[in-house]
Design a protein around this ligand. Structure first.
Ligand code: FEO
Ligand code: CA
Ligand code: CA
Length: 669
């Protein structure tokens, strides 16, 4: 979602609890090699005092700790460098820029006809709700390629698959004007039920059957797999909160049948071949037309529901989005939703066992005994990171359809006790959010049962003193050693730093990582580290008291702000996407348009790989199994009116971008 808008709701903390911040524990996490530039200031100095091995940006041999291999490059002979491409400079052009030897083409932009009977995109926003339901949605985000032979598991086909993607929201910068959905000349007075339904149909998920022939990817027209899931599609609430009084409404006294998924941000997938779509800023769709204004209860405030009006305006014409008329409807959003793309009529399942937060994405790992773990961040200033551990075990090729309905939910505490591993800074723990087993929750009247803990997971996190983070965005698990990385996009309002979030007024963001104890995703403890502090040497040189020059692995050549999308490829390259300030001025001078970079997790080197068009964010990434085709998404190009991407004229359109290497090689090699 747009970062540029200064009223981004994620920037405003709704967490007003007084959890322990890390200020007093930072000092204990000091004995660490230098990772900030010289001229250290306050919080920087706290990290530098230590006698531990120096390393920073170089690939010192002391960095090759257990499990640090790079996916197939193990062995005693020197492997090829992980990053094989020539880094590119910044760009402010209205185009996609990629390195020498690579090509990028746009694909399936908003409005592309997908379903039978869909009209061609008209280009003036005049399609009605019914037409939009048959076309690809707006503002592409999380994305995953399922090889066509991947039902029930990982497939291998790199020429035919199901491309599944999220459509997060409709561009509404500047007061909810829907400047593209209904065309640039849309008048706010012109609002009715069909317009609201069109907006709802531009949201959700697309399942797109694609095939490559003669080197070109195309939609398989007429395929039964092609599907649009929208804010009106029937879904089922499953797991411990399903049926609870908190999720029952006038229209659904069972508390199990929900219509729609909204603000589908990042994504995940499972080893049994299903897609996970994450409901993020669902709060922005709930307001009221009640004459007396703000009627929100404390939980609705903590989740950030709009007090009165909303930019999307659904509540004006659809009663369930008016929280006064239907107080529990918003409790039915904010979940991770599991979709089986290989079964076209399958009912998407909202998995309540994973908790209700503003889920950014969902990254899985398997425990040593094959239970599934799902990590997910809550993208709001000063909110938390969660992990779900299933009770049942994953059975390859078996029935895994209920695995996400039963298990335990934990929230992260990043403590400042010195890590035992020299490559890590501090220690951390997972705090169980269980009504019966956690004494704090047991004693709290706000949680009469486990359903309440899950529906109000944020409040449960507050109660147990979880660590306030700098807006957790995507989480990704290293393919061979299980280390978990998270983008902490920024937190310009932070006034009290802590060890894992060491900068006040963190305008550039950072990436943290942790390693579960014993390398087992089931562990209750972990050690954590900071992988990179983004910064801007163009403005702050290498000598800034607030750490704004960034960590050692930030240079004038790779500077960026607001890391957001994140994902590993099979070989262990870490791909970083930004949703940041694109002014290229002031604190952001020399950073250009939003971009995608690639990092070596061992050497910590970071190179810029791609730059997006004007006023966009770069988000979502997935590869074909052979790692030779990369799909990413460009969201909200021209959100302020200054882009004609990808068509070159007319309205800008969010779209997928297909990146290939001209020699047919592995992307990034
Ligand atoms: Fe949808 Fe936090 O990005
Ligand atoms: Ca994001
Ligand atoms: Ca973001």
């Amino acid at each position: 979602m747009a970062q540029q808008d200064i009223i981004d709701s994620e920037d405003l903390p709704t967490n007003l609890t007084q959890n322990e911040h890390f200020q007093d524990v930072v000092a204990r996490a000091t004995e660490r090699r230098g990772f900030l530039k010289k001229g250290l200031g306050l919080s920087a100095a706290l990290f530098l005092a230590g006698p531990l091995a120096a390393c920073g940006g170089s690939s010192g041999s002391d960095d090759s700790s257990a499990g640090g291999g790079d996916g197939g490059d193990g062995g005693g002979t020197p492997a090829e460098p992980l990053l094989g491409f020539k880094a590119i400079g910044i760009s402010t052009a209205d185009t996609i820029t990629v390195p020498e030897g690579y090509s990028a083409v746009s694909f399936v932009p908003w409005g592309t006809p997908l379903m039978a009977g869909a009209p061609a995109w008209k280009g003036d926003g005049s399609e009605d709700a019914a037409a939009q339901a048959l076309q690809v949605g707006e503002n592409h985000d999380g994305i995953h390629y399922f090889a066509i032979d991947g039902k029930n598991g990982e497939g291998e086909d790199s020429t035919e698959g199901l491309l599944v993607m999220n459509h997060e929201y409709c561009t509404t910068v500047g007061g909810g004007t829907y400047q593209w959905l209904f065309g640039p000349n849309h008048s706010p007075e012109d609002w009715d039920l069909d317009k609201a339904h069109k907006s709802m149909n531009a949201h959700g998920v697309s399942v797109i059957h694609i095939k490559r022939s003669n080197g070109k990817w195309d939609i398989v027209q007429g395929s039964n797999y092609n599907r649009r899931i929208t804010a009106q599609t029937e879904m089922e609430l499953t797991g411990p909160a399903a049926g609870d009084v908190l999720v029952r409404t006038n229209a659904d006294p069972t508390g199990r049948k929900v219509f729609g998924t909204i603000n589908n941000c990042g994504n995940g997938w499972t080893p049994w071949g299903t897609y996970l779509t994450c409901e993020e800023n669902f709060n922005n769709y709930f307001g009221t037309t009640h004459a007396d204004g703000d009627q929100r209860d404390d939980a609705q405030k903590r989740y950030g529901l709009s007090a009165t009006s909303t930019g999307y305006r659904w509540q004006e014409v659809v009663d369930r989005f008016d929280y006064v008329k239907e107080p529990n409807e918003s409790n039915r959003f904010g979940w991770i939703v599991e979709i089986d793309p290989f079964t076209p009529n399958s009912i998407p399942k909202k998995r309540t066992a994973l908790g209700r937060i503003k889920h950014e994405n969902a990254a899985y790992n398997l425990t040593a005994d094959k239970r599934i773990v799902v990590y997910s961040g809550d993208d709001q200033a000063n909110d938390y990171i969660y992990k779900f551990v299933s009770e049942g075990k994953f059975v390859e090729g078996g029935d895994n359809s209920r695995l996400l309905d039963k298990g335990k939910l934990y929230v992260a505490k990043f403590n400042a006790d010195k890590a035992d591993d020299a490559d890590f800074l501090g220690k951390g723990e997972w705090v169980l959010l269980d009504k019966d087993e956690n004494a704090t929750l047991r004693a709290d009247a706000r949680f009469p049962n486990q359903a309440a803990v899950l529906v109000y997971a944020r409040l449960a996190g507050d109660a147990v003193g979880a660590t306030k983070m700098d807006r957790p965005e995507w989480v990704s698990v290293h393919p061979s050693n299980g280390d978990v990385y998270v983008t902490l996009t920024n937190n310009s309002g932070r006034a009290e730093s802590n060890a894992a979030n060491p900068r006040n007024e963190n305008i550039y963001g950072h990436i943290a990582r942790w390693r579960e104890t014993g390398g087992d995703a089931a562990a209750m403890t972990f050690e954590w580290d900071i992988f990179v502090l983004a910064g801007n040497p163009n403005v702050y040189g290498d000598d800034d008291a607030r750490g704004r020059a960034g960590s050692d692995n930030i240079t004038k050549d790779n500077t960026f702000n607001s890391p957001d999308g994140l994902g590993f490829d099979k070989a262990g390259r870490l791909w970083i996407q930004t949703d940041g300030q694109y002014s290229n001025a002031g604190d952001y001078e020399g950073q250009g348009n939003n971009q995608m970079l690639c990092a070596d997790p061992v050497t910590k080197e970071i190179r810029r790989f791609l730059v997006g068009p004007k006023e966009c964010e770069v988000t979502g990434l997935t590869f074909t199994p052979d790692s030779k085709t990369l799909f990413i998404n460009i969201q909200h190009p021209g959100e302020r009116g200054d882009s004609h991407w990808p068509n070159g004229s007319g309205m800008p359109r969010s779209a997928t971008v297909i990146v290939t290497k001209d020699d047919g090689g592995v992307i990034g090699s």
